[in-house]
Design a protein around this ligand. Structure first.
Ligand SMILES: [Zn+2]
Ligand SMILES: [Zn+2]
Length: 246
């Protein structure tokens, strides 16, 4: 807020200069709102609801089932103990992620915070991690994009936790080709040796919450969790904005 400008006047000017529009269908919303979604798009927002896999957070179709482990987590337990996401990534929500990740559009961020508070499955995550670590970008990618979207999300989701948010402990030390289009096996191979812990003493016995924008196959966060645990981390949980389900 600008100093010396009455807040009502400021809000009115802002509404005139930057009229609020639905982030998905772009229809005008009248006044600025906390959630930049029209009623129709808000109703269609695919928030993730229980029952889910108690480990990876995969949704189960049978509403009466209750949380349990999915087949994939039983066969191949991941290095993280839990992963949760706010909404499903699909054709409908993809533009939200795209504008945030590639166009540096921060208009959606307030909407993300409000959605975060509405997702019941996030209660499964621990209340207070010792460290909140955004999935790092390679420095070359960071230069291209200008910001790490995972760090922006960490700051947004945990506004009072500046000290716990640690973007420099985990490094992406090896350049990897984009994961898009690779299957699970090739994603894992592509990521081998990509991450490094800079100072193992800082993760010893720590409860860590990893943050990323989209969880696709889980290979990236799983590799981060594996490296963190190999370096002595106690427990690793994952929070992402969106989650792809096949
Ligand atoms: Zn809309
Ligand atoms: Zn699972």
């Amino acid at each position: 807020m600008k100093k010396g400008v009455p807040s009502g006047l400021y809000a009115a000017l802002k509404d005139i200069l930057f009229p609020a529009a639905c982030l998905l269908c772009h229809q005008g919303l009248g006044r600025a709102a906390d959630v930049l979604l029209c009623p129709g798009c808000a109703a269609q927002m695919p928030l993730i609801r229980p029952p889910v896999c108690s480990c990876c957070g995969r949704e189960f179709p049978d509403a009466a089932a209750g949380n349990h482990l999915c087949g994939a987590c039983l066969r191949n337990p991941p290095s993280f103990s839990r992963a949760r996401a706010i909404f499903r990534y699909n054709k409908f929500t993809a533009p939200l992620i795209y504008s945030f990740k590639y166009q540096g559009c921060t208009t959606a961020m307030r909407t993300f915070t409000v959605l975060l508070a509405r997702v019941p499955t996030l209660g499964d995550l621990r209340e207070k991690p010792d460290l909140i670590i955004p999935v790092p970008l390679h420095k070359k990618r960071l230069r291209q994009r200008g910001f790490n979207q995972a760090l922006e999300l960490a700051r947004l989701f945990f506004p009072g936790e500046k000290r716990r948010i640690q973007p420099t402990i985990l490094l992406r030390s090896r350049w990897t080709t984009p994961q898009t289009g690779l299957d699970g096996k090739h994603r894992r191979r592509n990521l081998a040796g990509a991450f490094q812990v800079r100072d193992a003493r800082r993760v010893q016995g720590q409860r860590i919450l990893l943050i990323d924008d989209v969880l696709t196959t889980g290979s990236t966060v799983n590799e981060c969790a594996r490296v963190l645990r190999q370096n002595g981390a106690g427990n690793v949980e994952v929070l992402t904005l969106a989650r792809v389900f096949d």
